[in-house]
Design a protein around this ligand. Structure first.
Ligand SMILES: Cc1ncc(C[n+]2csc(CCOP(=O)(O)OP(=O)(O)O)c2C)c(N)n1
Length: 522
């Protein structure tokens, strides 16, 4: 953990004293973006990542990001400064009162060591807690005078030397029975979730689907923090709808649904209906016992999903079943309805992005009304190439893109944002510049919180305030941070600007395009 993401205060300075030359400190200007950068970095590297926050107010600002990191299963080791031990009981200024309660319930473990000598062991434990499945954030509050205390040499050395691995193979009998069921099923289907990517299971998922000619759905985009299957593969049939009724309707023709690396399911909104069709059975494979326990239906097998998929590939034979019908190429994008007439539709903007796309590019996505259009047009087909905040909490996009870019310096990162979403993590633009992270930011400016207007229709809510964003110019804000920007309006112009920005590697760039009002699905 030689790259630390943080925002310092006086209570953290003792930790930062004599900062080693071979460590890198990535400064975020507000704690939500510190969390988001570390989240992106941890997911893209797969390694535990250290976040250092300022005592109570810093942790408070970070809580939304901690919630996001838990949903994204990002292994984060979060430390926060604290008053000196002699002044905690009298609650001197900057005391983090009940420090372990602040980040609850979004951390796997929350701790303030009882003695200074316990800090190294607590940090070691936090690393293991964060890294064991399900990966997620762990928190340690460290009184600022602890850094000057002597450690217990033996116990610290022992704690630091420990290695813990959590890649547990699922029960062999259960997997063999599942392999049998897949072979015997009339019409089995695979549902691919984000943990396949995190577990390095793409190739095995493809091999399983090819051997058994399984059609493959992606889990609903609402919880799709990563992609579990190449979306250009001939067996890939689409993205499941996120609500109970439509989801079970979509799968009802199948007698066996195998869900891999996802909760069952990240439902939203609530559109009731049967959980499954009358002739459908469901089995989930997950490394997360909580996901297994809370699923509302079906069976679950707990274990590493990469290992599980590889074993299933060995267990099943080839099938004579026909594969699914090939998914058609995306149709020409839906044009704008003409109001206002000179704006691209979201689908046209995503078509322009697809034209500028490079195969090695990575998308970080926070554009609620265009997410499905983006998925349907880019059809990303390389692992580790798509990041989205599984919790739905905004403030992830810009920051995560910076973290992913720092983890993947050789690959272009493109961050696609609604202008409303961009505001929650806007200060991460500065971090992108400061660390010369050559992210391309694409701002889709529709002057509104479109998705909330769509939800208002669905929820039959009339007259809600606060859904319009007149005059919100992200390009102007980005220029204030010193970022080169381009504002474009036509589709070809947008493609050209994106191609240029994606090719540039000396630092971040921002492209802004006005888009028409609407939810864009194609
Ligand atoms: C931290 C947080 N606050 C509020 C919300 C509620 N919310 C969901 S989408 C959205 C609007 C997004 O607007 P914009 O990025 O402009 O995208 P559009 O819907 O217009 O495509 C809001 C406020 C949220 N998800 N997270």
């Amino acid at each position: 953990m030689t790259t630390i993401f943080g925002n310092p205060g006086s209570t953290e300075l003792p930790m930062l004293a004599d900062f080693p030359d071979d460590f890198t400190y990535i400064l975020g200007l507000q704690e939500l973006v510190v969390m988001g950068m570390a989240d992106g970095y941890a997911q893209a590297t797969g390694r535990p990542t250290h976040v250092n926050l300022h005592t109570a107010p810093g942790v408070g600002n970070a809580v939304g990001g901690i919630f996001n990191a838990q949903a994204n299963k990002a292994p984060l080791v979060i430390t926060a400064g604290q008053q000196v031990r002699p002044q905690i009981t009298i609650e001197a200024n900057l005391t983090n009162r009940d420090a372990v309660v602040g980040p609850q319930p979004y951390v796997k473990w929350s701790h303030e060591p009882p003695r200074a000598q316990d800090v190294p062991g607590a940090l070691a434990r936090a690393i293991h807690q964060a890294s064991l499945p399900p990966k997620g954030p762990a928190f340690v509050s460290i009184p600022m005078d602890d850094w000057g205390a002597e450690a217990d040499a033996d116990r610290s050395a022992a704690a630091i030397a420990r290695r813990v691995t959590g890649r547990a193979a699922p029960d062999a009998d259960a997997l063999a029975a599942l392999a049998d069921r897949i072979e015997q099923a009339r019409s089995p289907v695979l549902v691919a979730g984000p943990d396949i990517d995190a577990a390095g299971g793409w190739e095995a998922a493809v091999a399983l689907s090819e051997k058994q000619r399984l059609p493959v759905w992606a889990t609903p985009a609402t919880g799709g923090s990563r992609l579990g299957f190449p979306e250009r593969h001939p067996h890939f049939v689409g993205i499941l709808p996120p609500a109970i009724g439509p989801l079970s309707e979509t799968l009802k023709a199948h007698d066996l649904v195998v869900v891999v690396g996802s909760s069952v399911f990240p439902y939203y909104p609530y559109l009731p209906g049967p959980l499954l069709g009358p002739d459908t059975e469901l089995v989930m494979l997950t490394s997360d016992p909580g996901e297994a326990a809370r699923a509302p239906m079906g069976e679950a097998i707990v274990g590493d999903v990469g290992l599980a998929l590889r074993r299933l590939v060995d267990l099943v034979g080839d099938t004579a079943r026909p594969g699914p019908e090939a998914r058609p190429e995306p149709p020409p994008p839906t044009p704008t309805s003409g109001d206002p007439p000179d704006r691209l539709s979201g689908s046209e903007a995503m078509a322009a992005l697809a034209d500028a796309w490079r195969d090695d590019a990575i998308a970080v996505v926070e554009t609620p009304s265009c997410t499905l259009s983006l998925r349907n047009r880019l059809r990303i087909s390389r692992p580790g190439s798509y990041y989205f905040c599984a919790s739905g909490g905004l403030g992830f996009g810009i920051a995560a893109a910076v973290g992913v870019q720092l983890a993947e310096p050789q690959r272009p990162v493109v961050c696609v944002l609604g202008e409303g979403s961009a505001q929650y993590g806007i200060t991460a633009l500065w971090s992108a510049l400061a660390h010369r992270a050559p992210v391309t930011f694409l701002i889709l400016r529709n002057d509104e919180y479109m998705i909330l207007k769509w939800f208002a229709m669905l929820e039959q809510v009339a007259g809600a305030p606060g859904l319009d964003l007149p005059g919100l110019d992200v390009a102007a804000v980005a220029r204030g941070y010193g970022m080169p920007t381009q504002e474009v309006s036509g589709r070809d112009e947008l493609t050209g600007a994106l191609e240029q920005a994606i090719a540039a590697d000396e630092g971040p760039r921002l492209v802004q395009v006005p888009v028409a009002s609407g939810m864009w699905l194609d």
